[in-house]
Ligand binder design. Structure first.
Ligand SMILES: Nc1nc2c(ncn2[C@@H]2O[C@H](COP(=O)(O)OP(=O)(O)OP(=O)(O)O)[C@@H](O)[C@H]2O)c(=O)[nH]1
Ligand SMILES: [Mg+2]
Length: 604
């Protein structure tokens, strides 16, 4: 049976295979130790196709990708509304998998019998060289002499394993109209079921179907295959996902920094250090401390709990400095995560202060209703802004005032409740005060911030006061109501003062996400070459680094207790190493993958 012992380079075992990173001997050991396939040998590719082969120990050969289905998708915009976007000049359709080149040959064939007609096989362009070719429609009525042209397209082929997915890839750069894109996608979908009169016997029909079996890709499936074939690590996959959805320049820069591998290098470097410590522990367990200590290793004079030399030798101080590096890495005020997720800026204040007017002015469009009736805004209105490269969600909220004031109804009360929640969840609060009703306006903002015990103290530093409608009261500029250092006189009607306020708001946003001045963090990272500027960008990474640092803290206590606690101390090192391995995908991360790839768009 051909597929009986086939290794599926699929989501299930994929994360643990990194061919490009391992020597063939390591790969073999990996397969035997981790993949539980002791009966196979992995050979690096020598074939022109470049596909690795796996030999079963009874010498039957399998191609690693032969059982993978070939997938295709529209990878760019274009194609019109029916496939999720407006028409563009060019649309890129990608195929990946063992049938990709055959499918391309079929599209290049003008004969109504396609490849099965016995005629000359259409030549594929040279690998990685663009070529302008006519694509023919295999769904053309069979009575015609020639298939109908589908498009004149630029074609590129990337033979595996030197491709994004590690498989054979074809890129069709077509014209971006709905008719062309739908025509090509439909041709690929039906390729294996196109009736070919030249083939009469069932067996040949089946063989043809196998050669041309394609299906539409799932979201993120190209990247998933790249990961399964060791082309990308987990942290790089996450970075790619961030890069695709980046809205601002700083988000793009952060994603690119992570994509170039510096964050992976940091975590892998730490993990290697821990594994060295573990090897030391194994040696002590097996041979006793005299033999375990490396004679070249400088003894730091560490004392164990019994007053003798530590059985951990030079390992203990290294682990301590590793834990400290992790703690510095963690003490970054979540800047990377904030930049990735974006900041929330809530505009609050009394009704009629001009909150919606300010939101509209900053957004450059009439996103919220403005009216002279107090209590106009009820629901929270959100607009996305790019402030100096920081993605910010600006939230306009209902005006807050005493519930017993005249005219307040239950809908407004609900609106005020939502305003309080928005302010509490925001990273920056902008309190808008009407200059003609300054005292009450300021009181309302202060009550919202100080009245609720839940309001984080740190956030009280991130409040900007905007005294609006200065056009109505010019003497306001000298009035003491602008005495707060973080307050600005503006007019939404004349735009006076708005630019000054915007530049301070931008500086404030940048200071929350910037790590440039963060000496602690850069000191933590510069110890590992090439990892400068690597910051935590996801809560998932933070959880694992925290757990690793905790384990190292416990190790430090246990390592001082001599032989008695040797096993337990080693276990903490193992735990810390596996937490770091979970970040990079070196250790099973099945649960993470499902969520991560579902976040990708189709075609990536
Ligand atoms: N003269 C003057 N009028 C302004 C200014 N800003 C806003 N207004 C007016 O003030 C009124 C209230 O403005 P909104 O932006 O709706 O106020 P709001 O704070 O959103 O009010 P609620 O949604 O009810 O809480 C409108 O009539 C605006 O035209 C300003 O700078 N100068
Ligand atoms: Mg409003």
């Amino acid at each position: 049976m051909l597929h009986q012992n086939h290794i599926h380079l699929s989501r299930r075992v994929g994360p643990q295979i990194h061919h490009s990173l391992l020597t063939s001997q390591q790969q073999q050991q990996y397969a035997q130790n981790h993949l539980k396939f002791p009966h196979v040998t992995i050979h690096k590719s020598t074939a022109q196709s470049g596909e690795d082969t796996i030999t079963k120990n009874d010498d039957t050969e399998y191609q690693t990708t032969s059982e993978e289905e070939t997938i295709f998708a529209l990878s760019s915009g274009g194609g019109g509304a029916s496939v999720g976007g407006g028409a563009t000049a060019v649309a890129v359709i990608r195929m990946s998998g063992p049938c990709a080149f055959n499918a391309l040959r079929e599209l290049l064939s003008p004969s109504p019998n396609g490849l099965s007609g016995g005629g000359k096989l259409p030549k594929l362009p040279k690998a990685r060289m663009a070529s302008l070719r006519t694509l023919y429609d295999p769904l053309t009525n069979n009575d015609s002499e020639r298939r109908d042209p589908l498009d004149s397209a630029l074609i590129l082929t990337f033979p595996g394993p030197n491709s994004f997915t590690g498989e054979d890839i074809v890129e069709l750069h077509c014209h971006g109209s709905r008719a062309v894109v739908n025509g090509v996608l439909s041709a690929l979908t039906h390729l294996n079921s196109v009736p070919i009169p030249a083939i009469s016997d069932e067996e040949s029909q089946q063989a043809r179907r196998r050669r041309l079996s394609l299906r539409p890709a799932d979201p993120g499936e190209f990247t998933q295959r790249a990961y399964a074939h060791g082309k990308l690590g987990l942290v790089e996959v996450e970075a790619l996902s961030d890069l695709i959805v980046a809205d601002t320049s700083l988000q793009r820069k952060q994603a690119l920094k992570q994509f170039d591998g510096r964050l992976s290098r940091l975590y892998m470097g730490w993990r290697e250090e821990l594994i060295k410590g573990l090897a030391h522990a194994e040696a002590v367990i097996d041979f006793g401390d005299d033999e375990a200590l490396d004679p070249d290793e400088e003894d730091d004079g560490d004392m164990d709990g019994d007053g003798g030399m530590s059985i951990w030798g030079g390992i203990s101080p290294r682990i301590t400095s590793l834990r400290q590096a992790m703690e510095r890495h963690l003490a970054d005020a979540s800047r990377g995560e904030l930049l990735r997720d974006g900041l929330r800026i809530a505009i609050v204040g009394r009704p009629n202060a001009g909150k919606s007017s300010l939101l509209n002015l900053l957004a450059g469009r009439d996103a919220a209703i403005v009216s002279s009736t107090p209590g106009t805004t009820r629901d929270v209105v959100e607009v996305i802004l790019d402030l100096g490269g920081v993605r910010c969600t600006l939230l306009d909220t209902a005006g807050v005032r005493e519930e017993k004031e005249e005219g307040v109804n239950e809908i407004e009360v609900e609106g005020m409740k939502r305003a309080r929640i928005a302010a509490k969840d925001a990273h920056i609060v902008v309190g808008v005060v009407d200059s003609t009703d300054y005292e009450r306006g300021l009181e309302a903002v202060d009550e919202l911030i100080n009245g609720d015990g839940d309001f984080d103290d740190w956030k009280k530093d991130n409040i900007l006061y905007v005294v609006n409608k200065v056009d109505l009261k010019n003497e306001m500029k000298d009035n003491d109501c602008l005495s707060k250092s973080n307050s600005f006189g503006i007019s939404c009607t004349t735009s006076e003062g708005v630019n000054d306020f915007l530049s301070v708001l931008t500086t404030e946003a940048l200071s929350l996400v910037s790590s440039d001045n963060d000496e602690a963090s850069s000191a933590a990272l510069s110890s590992l070459e090439g990892s400068e500027g690597a910051v935590i960008t996801r809560a998932r990474h933070r959880r694992h680094v925290e757990a690793a640092a905790d384990a190292l803290g416990r190790f430090e206590v246990l390592s001082g207790q001599g032989y008695m606690a040797l096993d337990m101390a080693a276990e903490e090192l193992r735990l810390a190493a596996s937490e770091l391995g979970r970040i990079t995908g070196a250790i099973d991360v099945e649960d993470v993958l499902d969520v991560l790839f579902a976040d990708f768009c189709i075609g990536k």
